[in-house]
Design a protein around this ligand. Structure first.
Ligand code: ZN
Length: 239
């Protein structure tokens, strides 16, 4: 969800959290509160790639392109999902491994323009802002290096049950939550195994659906709308 960001990480990741927070906050001070933080860089050039162009078996359920989200209306004009190319390639590798287990990936959200993070912050009451990313810092989603996702069953094509719903703000979202049915917990744990098995991604402990790509600090906060991200050229017509 919206609180997908570094601040909520446990102490094991405190060092990296502090680094990001300090650098992002100094950038925010430099730039002012109305624009995205620039960070300290240098950063790798942004190379956002649309996930389904790399593997069309990755399914999409982009909740923020529908009214089925905590905002209550669509905040994306298009139901599309992008990540930085190395992160997208790693996700395709996860998809291949999961096929052998009988499942596929179902994407709820990936790259999120900073302006949407800012919108989430602006509409959230002060006492609930613990659940949303501070736009002065930004979210890993803004870097094109975070993904919110679940699983679908290859046989039925249907989304599988997890111990809690996507974007739910309760203990059911925790990866250590012990409630739910054995089947639901097995799905959640299989997703985590698939995502973390080669070290490319790591889960946000408070959100079973949120994973960060390991090199997220190498990319700057982005504010490019989906419509401005170049899609691959159509195959050349044969003569
Ligand atoms: Zn997330």
């Amino acid at each position: 969800m919206t609180r997908c960001e570094i601040h909520s990480r446990p102490t094991a990741r405190l060092a990296i959290a502090c680094l990001l927070t300090l650098s992002a906050c100094s950038a925010a001070l430099a730039q002012g509160p109305e624009g995205p933080p620039t960070g300290d860089g240098p950063y790798r050039p942004s190379d956002l790639v649309e996930l389904v162009t790399l593997d069309p078996t990755i399914k999409l359920d982009i909740r923020y392109a529908t009214a089925s989200n905590f905002v209550g209306r669509a905040v994306y004009a298009e139901p599309r999902a992008f990540m930085q190319r190395p992160a997208a390639a790693a996700l395709v590798s996860v998809q291949h491994w999961l096929k052998g287990q009988g499942y596929g990936l179902l994407i709820y959200d990936a790259y999120r323009p900073w302006s949407v993070t800012k919108l989430f912050w602006d509409i959230t009451p002060q006492d609930k802002r613990i659940f949303v990313a501070d736009p002065a810092v930004g979210s890993v989603h803004n870097r094109g290096c975070a993904v919110d996702l679940g699983l679908y069953d290859l046989k039925t094509g249907r989304e599988v049950d997890m111990p809690g719903a996507y974007d739910e703000t309760s203990e059911r979202s925790f990866v250590t939550y012990t409630g739910g049915t054995p089947e639901q917990k097995a799905h959640r744990d299989l997703l985590r195994k698939a995502m973390e098995r080669d070290g490319s991604f790591f889960v946000l402990p408070e959100e079973w659906w949120h994973y960060d790509y390991k090199d997220f600090m190498a990319y700057a906060i982005q504010n490019i709308p989906f419509s401005a991200i170049r899609s691959p050229a159509a195959p050349a017509a044969r003569n």
